[in-house]
Design a binder for this molecule. Structure first.
Ligand SMILES: [Zn+2]
Length: 111
């Protein structure tokens, strides 16, 4: 129960107590009005409680899905650092040296 739900619940109970007191003094119009307002607040408290529960479940599901995605990425693409030629490292993977074995292998695979 969050703070808003607690406040709405407390206000509902207070209004119902006031409605009972108004009924004891035969002020039925006031008692009816207080009861209606108390019921509206009870509906609001219930709605707030459900919204909080759904938000919490959504955040937990999102965290779980994010952790699963990160784990899948880590499993699918293991980090491998292999030494290519020096030119490849200096050019951020765009250019190979002429005698690079990786370059020769990629050329031999290309039709
Ligand atoms: Zn290379």
């Amino acid at each position: 129960m969050n703070r808003r739900t607690a406040i709405a619940t407390l206000a509902t109970v207070t209004l119902l107590a006031a409605a009972v007191q108004a009924g004891r003094t035969d002020d039925w119009r006031l008692a009816t009005t207080l009861t209606v307002v108390a019921l509206l607040l009870a509906v609001q408290a219930h709605h707030e409680h459900q919204t909080t529960r759904l938000r919490t479940a959504l955040v937990q599901a999102d965290r779980k899905a994010r952790a699963t995605r990160l784990q899948r990425r880590a499993d699918a693409a293991p980090l491998t650092l292999e030494w290519c030629c020096e030119q490849w490292w200096l050019s951020a993977g765009r250019v190979h040296e002429d005698d690079c074995t990786t370059l020769r292998q990629s050329r031999s695979r290309t039709p």
